[in-house]
Design a protein. Structure first.
Length: 379
């Protein structure tokens, strides 16, 4: 018995969807159409590949600018916790930004004027002194006894290094490299000015940027997005300023140790300590090895004293300084720190190694705050 009250669907009515009778046949027909027109398919593929290639070239050409922007953002995030602390003491944000940024500029000028030039001069002196240091090391009594125990492998390598550096052509090449570094530093000054201007702009507009970012999310999710973003920015800022403080402590202690022990190149080794110890977890150990080997060319006993004292400082930093300075940063497992530093260092060098850890911490925080609770809520 048919139901007379139910009207038959009108095929001419556009409001009534008409299902395709054979959806698999329709999909197969679209594939066959593409195959039947190879010229159009190939033209579309070539255009897509060409567009991707042009986009890659554009990103490569803009890589320096993108690095400047990323560096300025991270510096602004590093200075923002200090600005917020001054705001917490009743100071207005513009005045706090002016004070913090002024101190940052003074420190930067002091480093550029009083630390970088002697460090660059000592780089050239260090390269020129390596052959004489190798000869002095090979003529020492303790090295002869050491060589008698392990054979002439180390002696052969040192002889080859001394021969290479004793060649005027090779020294000229090394000196040219140092000169190129000097010109690179000169070119970096212009980039530094760009970074400084961008940092001031990002620091002044950070609150407005965050507010605009919150409005991109649906209204029901804005409180969660705001809370998560605040945690990420505060943690990244605390991490960056903490790493800079720890690296500065390493540099000051290394320079002081070189001066007290009479080791050469204190400015160069202090600057190297600052740059190397910016690398999390492995930086202090790496500098300890490098500086101990360099000190070995001066005096083995002094090198041993330096290695012991710096090792003691590393324990002091690990158990006392780091927990106090980095207490507001997100804890990242050691394995992820090493992996992140390796990946970031491979992609962007020292900047990548420094930035990779807060990026990893931000990803971990997003997983802990959003992904895991949503998974736990599912039954």
């Amino acid at each position: 018995m048919s139901d007379a009250t139910t009207p038959a669907p009108d095929a001419a009515d556009p409001a009534v969807p008409v299902p395709a009778p054979f959806p698999q046949l329709a999909r197969r027909r679209s594939i066959l159409t593409s195959v039947d027109h190879p010229f159009g398919l190939g033209f579309a593929l070539v255009l897509g590949g060409l567009a991707a290639f042009v986009l890659g070239l554009a990103l490569t050409s803009l890589s320096t600018i993108l690095i400047y922007i990323a560096l300025a953002i991270f510096i602004a995030l590093g200075l923002d916790p200090v600005v917020k602390r001054l705001e917490g003491h009743g100071m207005s944000r513009p005045r706090a930004i002016a004070i913090v940024f002024g101190i940052f500029l003074v420190i930067l000028v002091v480093v550029i004027v009083f630390i970088v030039p002697p460090a660059l001069r000592q780089v050239a002196e260090f390269v020129r002194s390596v052959p004489a240091g190798i000869t002095q090391l090979q003529n020492s009594d303790w090295y002869r006894g050491f060589e008698a125990q392990i054979g002439d492998v180390v002696g052969t390598a040192l002889d080859q290094l001394s021969t290479f550096l004793a060649d005027p052509g090779n020294l000229l090449a090394v000196g040219g490299g140092v000169l190129a570094v000097g010109f690179g530093v000169g070119n970096a000054i212009s980039g530094m000015l760009i970074v400084i201007v961008l940092t001031l702009y990002f620091l002044a507009s950070l609150t407005a940027f965050q507010t605009s970012f919150y409005r991109l999310a649906p209204a029901r999710d804005r409180p969660t997005v705001a809370e998560l973003t605040e945690k990420i920015t505060d943690s990244v800022g605390a991490y960056l300023i903490g790493m800079v403080i720890l690296a500065a402590c390493n540099a000051a202690f290394a320079t002081l140790l070189h001066l007290v022990l009479g080791l050469p190149f204190p400015a160069f080794m202090g600057l190297a300590a600052f740059l190397i110890t910016l690398i999390p977890l492995v930086g202090p150990v790496l500098y300890w090895i490098i500086a101990s080997v360099v000190a070995l060319f001066t005096n083995p006993v002094i090198a041993l004293i330096f290695a012991v004292l710096y090792l003691i400082y590393m324990q002091f930093e690990a158990y006392l300084l780091t927990p106090r300075i980095m207490n507001k940063a997100i804890a990242v497992p050691g394995a992820l720190v090493i992996i992140g530093a390796l990946v970031g260092g491979t992609l962007l060098g020292l900047l990548g190694a420094l930035v990779s850890i807060p990026v990893t911490a931000a990803i971990l925080l997003i997983i802990k705050q959003l992904v895991i609770p949503r998974q736990d809520a599912k039954t």
